[in-house]
Write a protein that binds this ligand. Structure first.
Ligand SMILES: Cc1ncc(C[n+]2csc(CCOP(=O)(O)OP(=O)(O)O)c2C)c(N)n1
Ligand SMILES: [Mg+2]
Length: 518
């Protein structure tokens, strides 16, 4: 057995099932190992950002790592933006990066880069494989680290992949013990009991069905409010679940909302900060006179266990009653008619999305009308852009569909963002994935136009306008999509959108709808 086979066998034994890859010469032993060792299915992505986004999407649905395989520093660099989003989502990802043979690294061959430096910016765990003897242990430790909710990067020199080993041991992944800090839980319980106006800010895995239900127990007992972090990685939403407001993206609105509370319990969320620092604007959104406690202060990733401990510490009954303004009745918006607007699009999706759908939302400014009308639709999963690096939605949908082949996936997608990783369409066609892509074709970077107007510049110059305009030439999404094997139509009205979306959701395989917006 060679090093590459040993690595793949260790990953397969740890339950890794899929590898999103764009390989090169320094990964060829690993490429061949997928044929000689059973268990890990390789999936080709034509751009590394698609592989990284797919691994993120897969992790958000399964809570287990997919493997990625990248070609030295240059290949890995292409993946970094979406690995950054994965890091912000706290998605488990096992990155393998091939490197030159150990004895060739000093030669400064053309592809040589400082991979370690690149890896550290997005990885919670990084190691360079030093020997074939240590390789299985290195792999198992990388997987253990990833499972705690991070990107774990193992750099594998070419010669370690091709070396032979005769007495190999397959290392098992050791599960970290679950830690609950009893004092911290007591402290949080006291804060919720004593405060006049408390809020729990939920994030990460606290936004899944179990987390929301436990949060509702705490809400029912203490009367605290519930909020979500602005950009959830995977939120369970819909009828039967507490309807949770997201902390607004705009800092002033966020500050207004958060200032209503004297006490804040962070449950899987970071202390909220402004997305950008604006002139005279705030940076941190909690003030010194607000009391706060972070349930993850001890570094525990098991937020569900912390939440349950908190609910128990408060003697919160295990009631069937759900918290706040939750509705058990299904309520869907009624779509309007005529030419499309962002608000009307949101209503059409909420009106049609099937129970158990996965909605990947990277609609940017066209997303405005969607979230608010989905609190009582049939339960579904909402995945959003956690790290602000656009180009995540298309490949995230690929990973989500691969993780859950029986669930319909809707990618609600802004056009400018989609152009970064449109090769994901080819993956959808090749893998026959059940994804409907809805492109919000406003043919511009509308959010940047709005940002420019907000600074008071109401007559931007010709260069400023050219840097936010995508209409010259206009992008033909139907041709692009068909060119990569995904059937597509273009629509301009609510009626057309309703018809094509309804049809696509009832048919297997990928489909793209270009929604032309004025
Ligand atoms: C990787 C990356 N590059 C650039 C940006 C800056 N940026 C933020 S939004 C945006 C344009 C978004 O346009 P689009 O996706 O069409 O959405 P719209 O604003 O039209 O709704 C850009 C370029 C970013 N956030 N991430
Ligand atoms: Mg746009």
């Amino acid at each position: 057995m060679n090093g590459a086979e040993l690595m793949v066998q260790t990953a397969a034994a740890a339950g890794i099932e899929v590898c999103f890859t764009n390989p090169g010469t320094t990964e060829l032993p690993l490429v061949e190992a997928f044929d000689t060792v059973e268990g890990v299915r390789p999936v080709l992505g034509l751009f590394e950002g698609c592989c990284a986004g797919a691994a993120d999407g897969y992790a958000r649905l399964t809570d287990k790592p997919a493997m990625t395989l990248f070609h030295l520093g240059p290949g890995f660099s292409n993946a970094i933006a979406n690995l950054h989003n994965a890091r912000r989502a706290r998605s488990p990802v096992l990155n393998i990066i091939g490197d030159h043979a150990t004895w060739h690294q000093d030669a400064d061959a053309p592809l040589t880069m400082d991979i370690n430096a690149l890896a550290r910016t997005v990885s919670g765990w990084t190691r360079t494989g030093a020997s074939i003897e240590a390789l299985s242990r290195d792999t198992a430790q990388a997987i253990a680290a990833a499972r705690e909710g991070c990107v774990a990067t193992l750099i594998m020199p070419h010669d370690i992949q091709w070396s032979e080993i005769s007495h190999q041991v397959i290392h098992r992944v050791e599960q970290a013990a679950t830690l609950v800090d009893v004092d911290l839980i007591k402290h949080a319980a006291n804060l919720l009991r004593q405060s006049e106006a408390a809020v729990m800010v939920l994030g990460g895995r606290a936004l899944r069905q179990e987390g929301l239900k436990t949060a509702a127990r705490i809400q029912n007992k203490t009367g605290c409010a519930l909020l979500s972090e602005t950009f959830p990685a995977h939120m369970a939403r819909g009828a039967g679940l507490p309807a949770i407001e997201r902390i607004p993206y705009a800092p002033t609105a966020a500050l207004n909302l958060l200032s209503q509370y004297d006490s804040i319990v962070l449950a899987g969320a970071k202390a909220p900060v402004a997305f950008f620092g604006y002139r005279n604007g705030p940076s941190r959104l909690l003030t010194a006179d607000q009391k706060s406690v972070d349930l993850e202060m001890m570094g525990s990733t098991h937020i569900q266990i912390s939440l349950e401990s908190l609910a128990d510490a408060l003697d919160a009954p295990q009631s069937s009653k759900i918290g706040g303004n939750a509705s058990t009745r299904i309520i869907r918006p009624k779509p309007q008619s005529g030419s499309l607007t962002p608000k009307k699009i949101g209503a059409v999706i909420a009106a049609l999305q099937p129970e158990n759908a996965i909605v990947v939302e990277e609609a940017v400014t066209s997303g405005v009308g969607y979230y608010g009308v989905t609190s009582a639709v049939p339960p579904f999963s909402l995945l959003t852009l956690t790290g602000g690096a656009i180009g995540q939605g298309m490949p995230c949908a690929v990973g989500a569909a691969m993780a859950c082949p029986d669930r319909p996936v809707i990618d609600f997608q802004a056009d400018g963002s989609a152009m970064y990783t449109l090769q994901a369409l080819w993956m959808q066609a090749r893998e026959g994935l059940n994804i409907t892509t809805l492109i919000c074709a406003n043919q511009r970077y509308r959010i940047l136009e709005a940002g420019i107007a907000q600074t008071g510049n109401l007559s931007p110059g010709v260069y400023t306008r050219s840097l936010t305009d995508l209409s010259n030439p206009s992008i033909d999404w139907v041709d692009l999509s068909k060119g990569m094997g995904v059937p597509a139509v273009s629509v301009e009205t609510v009626e057309e959108l309703t018809r094509h979306l309804g049809k696509s959701l009832n048919e297997p395989g990928p489909f793209l709808i270009e929604m032309r917006l004025g």
